[in-house]
Design a protein around this ligand. Structure first.
Ligand code: ADP
Length: 228
């Protein structure tokens, strides 16, 4: 199976947020291959370094040691606009990740507008992703606070899929939901990932979610991979 991201001896240290002096080693010597077209999971306790790794892979932050390769070449050299189009991120709390004043229609179609897609193509794509996520058309005119957490997380996935990415990073996407909703949405997402043959990096502290969704699992503890 092909490797999409390869982490070689990746390290990242932050200054302590409170004192500003002593430092926190969020990642230390991380070696990891993340494959195309399957669900790669990173599991670990809170504070293990999972979100730091997700942000580094998405290019939001730079490691201070080591190298991240994207399809065999340094990530730092990848053209950013194309990279962002092909690699999208879904965040933990959908209420914080979307503009609360936007309707569902505006939320989902914003990436298309920014990419300069024509209105007819945009409408076609919009209805396609709604159908994929089993969201009723009436929801298009609703505002985020009129949806449940599970519905809004489906809207967030629809938004991430609208530009037809190849790879998604999901940072704890089910942990703001109650257990039953989380499992139901997770299984729906799994079907969609398989159908679209997407590659996924799934970050979670929830072993049951990882077991249900992942094809490959790496365990992170105190910034180090301790098992895969
Ligand atoms: P996880 O996602 O596994 O909960 P994080 O990657 O968020 O872990 O954090 C790993 C460690 O790095 C923690 O000790 C956290 O407090 C610290 N950390 C993360 N981001 C920052 C930051 N921007 N500034 C200072 N410390 C940070």
């Amino acid at each position: 199976m092909d490797t999409r991201f390869c982490l070689r001896a990746v390290g990242k240290t932050y200054r302590n947020r409170r004192t500003g002096r002593s430092s926190v080693q969020a990642l230390a010597g991380v070696e990891l291959n993340i494959r195309e077209r399957c669900v790669n999971a990173i599991v670990g306790r809170s504070g293990a370094g999972k979100s730091t790794m997700a942000r580094i892979i998405m290019g939001f932050e730079k490691p201070d040691h080591g190298l991240v390769l994207y399809r065999g070449r340094p990530l730092a050299e990848a053209p950013l606009q194309i990279f962002r189009r092909h690699n999208q991120m879904v965040f933990q709390n959908p209420y914080l990740a979307v503009n609360p004043l936007f309707t569902v229609r505006q939320i989902i179609s914003e990436p298309l507008r920014v990419a300069g897609a024509n209105p007819a193509a945009s409408f076609e794509k919009l209805t396609e992703v709604l159908e994929l996520l089993e969201l009723p058309v009436e929801y298009l005119e609703r505002l985020p606070h009129e949806l449940s957490g599970g519905e809004l997380q489906r809207v967030a996935l629809a938004r991430a899929l609208v530009l037809e990415p190849e790879f998604l990073v999901l940072d704890e996407p089910f942990s703001a939901l109650d257990d039953l909703t989380a499992m139901r949405i997770l299984l729906q997402f799994k079907k969609i990932f398989l159908r679209l043959r997407l590659g996924i990096l799934f970050v979670s502290h929830h072993p049951r979610h990882v077991q249900a969704l992942a094809d490959r699992v790496a365990v992170l503890e105190q910034g180090k991979i301790i098992g895969q």
